[in-house]
Structures are given as structure tokens and as C-alpha cells.
Design a protein around this ligand. Structure first.
Ligand SMILES: Cc1cc2nc3c(=O)[nH]c(=O)nc-3n(C[C@H](O)[C@H](O)[C@H](O)COP(=O)(O)O)c2cc1C
Length: 378
């Protein structure tokens, strides 16, 4: 399989050759069986040319049963330096946000490094959201962060019985391997689980889901909706790891209830989960957050890597991107769900029913339904 393209935004005046990121990256690329080629540093404008229509013809890879064709495998390697800012990275975001479809058919992963213990997750989420919106898919656990003194690797290093530096290097190598090998297998019939905490009568977000649902072909989908309304769901109690694992292995959790009785079995069965997410104070609503937190017990016992994540997000006035990033962080980067290209339908509507009057909403919901169908089914 071809070597992934490495996009490493290089800010003028910074030295990258002997940086921690460079050495981890070189080792990761070498350990996946290729000779240690020099890491190419791209400036944002070069990325535009690299992925332009003319450049792609020669590198299309067909994988039976997966996405129709995978154009490129891409590792984003971002050095945030001391202050968490890399101006060339900002330019890369501009290219991704303005060139719609630039990364259509690509599969990506992110390696990010900072002198500070801060910023890595936030900047990686911005990148994944922009690249995903430009058409790039991200397998679960698409992020490896070298944050500050690598305290973030304390647990992983303990589990592996190695130093933090070695754990960082090994995780980076596994990330590159995953980017090179992973793809999503399409199904003849797909099972879609819809999680919401909305009122059927008044919610704009739920109304958009109903529109999307009407456009999904019945013969290809088995759809299950679970409502997580107030009073039904308690947040995670943060049990000790071993206790959580003990419950998880029995498909259970300390609190039981709707999560154990309905959500866990439905997630085990699902090929994809679609989250119906109104913006509540620039965050997911409390019950949806509780649901994600409570997935931890199941996650200890089962992998979500072959399950895709979709979402419908509606804000009254602004902030859809914040909700999308929250989902990417929690469910793709942390819990390991597969992020299909352009995973979220995002709209702005406030008064009840307003979403259905958005100009062009029929076409947008139809396009989103088709995106779900074509990603999940053959
Ligand atoms: C508790 C609460 C907090 C909200 N916070 C925000 C917000 O921070 N930003 C925003 O754009 N809209 C906010 N809204 C408006 C909703 O996002 C808006 O009503 C939208 O239509 C989605 O909600 P719905 O699916 O329940 O209709 C909030 C609504 C509620 C009830």
C-alpha cells in the first residue's frame, strides 16, 4: 500500500528538522515498512495543488466493498510550537474551508505536537472538522497528541511497559498504520441507530431528522430511534476503571436503565449512529452528553471502530461548528467511531418549525440522506 501523504504545515522561520514531531513521524513512517524517506513539508498553497483534480488521477486506489475509491491516505503532522500557534496551519485551515471537496475520497489521521500541554486537542478538532467538511474520512482514534512533557502518555506508557517517549512513538506508528490500512466496509443492508433527546412535536433538529429519514430507502435500512428525554438518564458516575470494565464485560453499567436496556444492545447491533443535536449553550444537550459518557462501560468491552458516526445539528443563531467538534472529539477521537466524509448536516433555525422553511432544505436533506446511503450501503 502506498506511503501516505504527510502534510506538515511549516511556519516560516521555525526549525523542524530536529523537532520531536519530526523524529516521531520519521520513525512511524519507517516502522510501517517503508524506507525512511524525508518528511515533506507542505505550505498551504502547495496542499491545494497536491489535491487538485489533475494531481489525483494517478493515485486512486479501489478497495472492494469499501468507499467506491480511496484517493489518498493523508497524515496531517502539526507542530504547534511553544504558543500553540502555527500560522501555516491557519492557512491550511483556510484552504480546507474554502475549497469544498478538496479532500473528497481521502482518509486521514492527525499527529500533533506542542511544547505546551494545552491546545493539541482543540487545534486537532478544528483540523479534523475542516478536513472532514472538505471530504476527508477519519477512522476512529484518528489523533495522536504529543502534549508538553508527554504526561498525557502516562497511562498508555504504563499499559505498554515503556517510557512516555516510546509510547508516543508507538502510538504514532499505529496511527500511520491505521491511516494506510483502514476503510469502511459497505453493507447490503445497514442498521442505523438514531439517538436524540428532543420533543417530536417542537424540535427543529428532530424535524430535519424526519425529513432525512423519509429519504432513506426502506429496503436498505433498518432504523431504530431511541429518545433520551429528561428523567430517564443519569450521567456517568465515574466508577473506578476495574469496576467499569467489570460492568462493561456484562454489557452493563453501574446505573442500568435505558442505557443498559436499550442503548447498549442497539449500539452493538448498529452499523452507524446518527446523533440528533440541538445546540444548547454551545454544547450538546445534557442528556446526549450523559449518553456519550455512559458509553464508556460498553467501550471497555466492545470496539466502535466499524461503526460510523453521522449527525444533524441545529443552532438557534450560531455555533454549529462547536457542536460538530464536540462530537468529533468525544465519539471519533475518544470513543473510536468512524467519521465519514461530511458527517454532519448543520442548519440554523430557532422558532419551532422554522427549520422546515429554510430555503433549499428539501435538497439539503435529500443530499444528506444520499450521503448516508452511499457511505453505508452498496
Ligand atoms: C437551553 C437552550 C440553550 C440554547 N442555547 C443556544 C446557543 O447557545 N446557541 C444557539 O444558537 N441556539 C441556542 N438555543 C436554541 C436552539 O439551538 C434552537 O432552538 C434550535 O432550533 C435547536 O433546538 P430544537 O431542535 O430543540 O428546536 C438554545 C436552546 C435552548 C432550549
Amino acid at each position: 500500500m502506498e506511503r501516505p501523504i504527510v502534510i506538515c504545515p511549516r511556519e516560516a522561520g521555525r526549525e523542524y528538522k530536529d523537532s520531536r514531531l519530526s523524529s516521531v513521524l520519521r520513525r512511524a513512517l519507517k516502522e510501517t515498512g517503508k524506507n525512511a524517506e524525508p518528511v515533506v513539508l507542505y505550505e498551504a498553497q502547495e496542499v491545494l495543488h497536491l489535491f487538485s483534480a489533475e494531481a489525483i488521477g494517478a493515485c486512486t486506489e479501489n478497495v472492494p466493498g469499501s468507499m467506491d475509491s480511496i484517493r489518498r491516505r493523508v497524515v496531517f503532522a502539526i507542530d504547534l510550537g511553544e504558543d500553540g500557534i502555527n500560522l501555516e496551519f491557519e492557512r491550511l485551515l483556510r484552504v480546507l474551508r474554502t475549497q469544498k471537496g478538496l479532500l473528497e475520497g481521502c482518509i486521514g489521521g492527525v499527529l500533533i505536537d506542542a511544547v505546551s500541554p494545552l491546545y493539541t486537542k482543540a487545534e486537532a478538532s478544528r483540523l479534523v472538522q475542516a478536513a472532514n467538511d472538505a471530504g476527508c474520512a477519519f477512522p476512529g482514534k484518528c489523533l495522536v497528541e504529543g502534549a508538553g512533557d508527554l504526561s498525557n502518555f502516562a497511562v498508555e506508557a504504563g499499559n505498554r511497559g515503556v517510557s512516555r517517549e516510546e509510547a508516543y512513538s508507538q502510538c504514532a506508528a499505529e496511527l500511520v498504520q491505521s491511516v494506510r490500512e483502514r476503510c469502511f466496509q459497505k453493507k447490503t443492508n445497514a442498521s442505523l441507530l438514531v439517538l436524540h433527546a428532543s420533543s417530536h412535536r417542537t424540535s427543529n433538529t428532530f424535524a430535519l431528522w424526519e425529513k432525512v429519514r423519509a429519504k432513506l430507502p426502506e429496503e436498505k435500512f433498518s432504523i431504530r430511534e431511541i429518545g433520551l428525554r429528561n428523567g430517564f438518564l443519569q450521567d456517568c458516575s465515574g466508577c473506578p476503571y476495574k469496576m467499569c470494565l467489570h460492568f462493561g464485560e456484562k454489557d452493563s453499567c453501574f446505573y442500568g436503565g435505558v442505557m443498559v436496556e436499550d442503548v447498549y444492545p442497539a449500539i452493538r447491533e448498529a452499523d452507524a449512529v446518527l446523533m440528533v443535536c440541538p445546540n444548547y449553550n454551545d454544547a450538546l444537550s445534557a442528556n446526549l452528553v450523559a449518553c456519550i459518557n455512559r458509553l464508556t462501560a460498553l467501550y471497555r468491552a466492545a470496539s466502535f471502530r466499524d461503526k460510523a458516526l453521522f449527525s444533524i445539528i441545529v443552532s438557534g443563531y450560531s455555533g454549529n461548528d462547536i457542536i460538530a467538534r464536540q462530537l468529533i472529539g468525544a465519539l471519533n477521537m475518544n470513543k473510536g467511531f468512524y467519521l465519514p466524509p461530511r458527517f454532519a448536516l448543520m442548519e440554523t433555525a430557532n422558532a419551532p418549525g422554522e427549520a422546515l422553511r429554510i430555503p433549499g432544505i428539501d435538497a439539503q436533506t435529500a443530499e444528506f440522506a444520499e450521503r448516508i446511503r452511499s457511505f453505508l450501503t452498496r
